[in-house]
Ligand binder design. Structure first.
Ligand code: R5P
Length: 316
């Protein structure tokens, strides 16, 4: 479908209004008038209050906390747009919740990321724009185009500016994140280290093996998600135990549930950089060692390129 001359329209769900407003301002396109509200039993109701017939519509919604409400908002908004005869609908999901459930972890467990992909497709989207999926293969859960943006244009300049001239090691806090850490290490011409967690016997505490040399170096851990903070706090301790000079973290999606912010403040991490793919809570905004970097320019540019049928990979 070629849509270079079809006007873009942007609809914001309720999950992250500040990000939607920043994208709208980057693109110079006002957010479309739409009402997304609840009936008294919390059913979601959506009314798009502008014509969308024949238009190229982007719905911005991270399926972050409350994940299920935000997912339903997204699905129902897509349904409203499809019934309103939008020409093309793109789900812009800076954070794709449920991505962590991307395989069966035991007998009789679901693959909820696949179910989420099926629901979004069935609701009627034509394509999905997201960022740093938990595993790249999740793109294959969809039979429609998925653009999975890479975080390097946001993280690399920040790391270069803050850590210029330092002996850096990029660290993957678990084996699953090696590709992401290696990609950033390559951009920064830095070394790579990996933390390998092992539990030798049930009931015996995990051993954190550090693969690579971190002694006397500034370690930058890279991850897609920080939720409870447990993975990164334990990894930071392991790095310090192995002689790291300092430990910092760059994480794409700050889920930060429960007591995560306090746990991170009390950890061996000197700083943690996250993006605004998920709206910051008051605890995050006032945290002494968590900083948010904006993704609106990257997301907005990708949306513009989708609308104009131009390359997105040129951005990386
Ligand atoms: C796991 O594979 C992910 O990449 C993250 O490391 C994980 O989701 C972080 O969770 P938490 O902060 O609760 O340890």
């Amino acid at each position: 479908m070629t849509l270079p001359n079809v006007p873009m329209k942007i609809i914001a769900g309720n999950s992250n209004r500040p990000l939607a407003e920043a994208i709208s301002s980057y693109l110079g396109i006002p957010l479309a008038q739409a009402e997304i509200k609840r009936f008294s039993d919390m059913e979601v109701f959506v009314e798009i209050q502008e014509n969308v017939r024949g238009q190229d519509v982007f719905v911005i919604q991270s399926t972050s906390y409350p994940a299920n409400d935000n997912m339903m908002e997204l699905l129902i908004t897509i349904d409203a747009l499809r019934r309103g005869s939008a020409r093309r609908i793109t789900a812009v999901m800076p954070y794709f919740g449920y991505a962590r459930q991307d395989r069966k972890t035991g007998g009789r467990t679901p693959i909820s990321a696949k179910l989420a992909a099926n629901l979004i497709t069935t609701a009627g989207v034509d394509r999905v724009l997201t960022m740093e999926l938990h595993a790249g293969q999740i793109q294959g859960f969809f039979d429609i185009p998925v653009d999975n943006l890479n975080i390097s244009p946001v993280f690399v300049p920040d790391i270069q500016q803050k850590f210029a001239g330092q002996d850096l090691v990029m660290v993957s806090p678990d084996v699953g994140g090696v590709l992401r850490a290696r990609a950033l290490a390559k951009h920064l011409n830095a070394e790579l280290a990996i933390i390998d967690k092992r539990r030798e016997k049930a009931g015996v505490s995990e051993v954190m093996n550090v693969i690579g040399d971190v002694s006397g170096k500034v370690c930058i851990m890279v991850d897609d998600i920080v939720d409870s903070g447990g993975t990164l706090c334990n990894a930071a301790q392991a790095l310090k135990d192995h002689g790291a000079k300092a430990v910092h973290a760059y994480v794409v999606h700050g889920v930060l549930s429960g007591g995560a912010v306090a746990r991170i403040a009390a950890s061996q991490m000197e700083s943690m950089v996250i993006t605004d793919s998920i709206a910051a809570t008051e605890a995050v905004r006032t945290s002494p060692n968590i900083v948010q970097l904006p993704i609106a320019p990257l997301m907005g540019e990708a949306m513009r390129r989708i609308s104009e049928e131009r390359s997105i990979s040129e951005l990386f």
